[in-house]
Ligand binder design. Structure first.
Ligand code: KG4
Ligand code: ZN
Length: 352
């Protein structure tokens, strides 16, 4: 089986063709970074218009690269949410049109499920596994029990971890997106020169909090001599920030591993996915944690961690193999939790 995947939920326009024997026949990603950079973040209206302008051409390229025609497809999958609604509508409407014209099943894929199932595309991983999902919009620990079956162990009570990286980068005068910039600066910085807190570390449970970290970083920046930040200060602050985030991720994921293993299931892998999983330093910390706990560690290659359409095509394939598809009446979903039964996050600073 072969499925075309479409991703338009944020600031990447992407199309890919994937086969159910786990071959990525093509994957193209067009970043809109240059369109959004002047604003220091993603502008939803600009994103939607850019998706509209480029998606058709990208789908053509993905099919050509894969050497397949529409007739060779077994389904069309598009991100149906969560995400910026204008962009999601562009992808969903395009996929529905292709499905209707070529009489193909349409699959509305949860973007988070795309990230969550990528480890099965790259590593053929069996269920269940423990997933740390770290992206620009999310920071969650989930037990992945099957396609469409997720149990959330913890989530952020304020900022997502990628969002924290982006805000920290802005404070340090680094570019957008902040994650890769912080990682680069941190590589030569001293993580011990500036003291930062480890919010929630040492406390029971698997929830995360990052807003206090950002505030503490701002205090250090404000305490430095006026004028532009020196390169050395930026590097040291970036290193301190990344080390603090790493400690928080390790602490909270450690608790989740204990819970996962105590459940006595057959799972034996820790997976990290989402854009922040592209960070090599954090991957190293999590790999060590997994090894210490007797779990194998799976982190998809960086281009499959950040937003892409291969993960959407794959999640679509997983559902198609189970006989699932969606009707053309599907409405894009700005919010779409993987575990709808999870209790809402609680604690000081919880975002509405
Ligand atoms: O999964 P993703 O591409 O989009 C969302 O679904 O959110 O994640 C984007 C986020 C951004 O916040 C970006 O700063 C972060 O992932 N990111 C990183 C790195 N590369 C991307 N964070 C830390 N280190 C990186 N190397
Ligand atoms: Zn994402």
């Amino acid at each position: 089986m072969i499925v075309l995947g479409i991703e338009t939920s944020c600031d990447e326009t992407a199309a890919a063709v994937v086969a159910d024997d786990r071959r990525i026949l093509s994957t193209v990603v067009l970043s809109q970074l240059d369109d959004h950079r002047p604003y220091g973040g993603v502008v939803p209206e600009i994103a939607a218009r850019a998706h509209l302008a480029h998606l058709g051409g990208l789908i053509r390229t993905a099919l050509d690269d894969a050497g397949v025609a529409f007739e060779a497809l077994d389904g069309v999958a598009a991100t149906g949410g969560p995400g910026l609604i204008g962009g999601v509508m562009v992808g969903v409407m395009t996929a529905k049109a292709i499905a209707a014209v070529h009489d193909l099943p349409f699959l509305a894929v949860n973007h988070l499920e795309g990230h969550a199932l990528t480890a099965r595309l790259t590593d053929d991983l069996p269920f269940p596994y423990l997933l740390l999902l770290v992206s620009g919009g999310h920071c969650q620990l989930l037990v992945v029990e099957g396609v469409g079956a997720y149990r959330r162990l913890g989530t952020t009570i304020d900022d997502a971890v990628g969002e924290a990286f982006d805000k920290a980068a802005k404070l340090l005068g680094l570019g957008y997106p902040g994650g890769p910039e912080i990682e680069r600066a941190a590589a030569t910085g001293d993580p011990d020169r500036f003291a930062l807190p480890r919010p929630l570390a040492g406390r029971p449970g698997c929830d995360f909090s990052f807003s206090g970290l950002k505030t503490a970083l701002r205090r250090h920046v404000d305490g430095l001599p006026a004028g532009p930040l020196r390169r050395r200060d930026v590097d040291d602050l970036a290193a301190a920030f990344q080390a603090a985030v790493g400690d928080c991720l390790v602490d909270r994921t450690g608790n989740a591993i204990a819970q996962f293993l105590a459940d006595g299931g057959s799972g034996h892998a820790l997976v990290v996915a989402g854009g922040v999983a592209a960070n090599q330093a954090l991957r190293g910390r999590l790999a060590d944690l997994a090894a210490d706990s007797g779990l194998s560690f799976v982190a998809p290659p960086a281009p499959l961690c950040t937003d892409n359409a291969a993960m959407i095509a794959w999640a679509g394939l997983e559902r198609l193999r189970l006989g699932q598809s969606d009707g053309l009446e599907f409405a894009p979903r700005p919010r779409w939790p993987l575990d709808p039964d999870a209790a809402p996050a609680t604690g000081a600073g919880v975002k509405a």
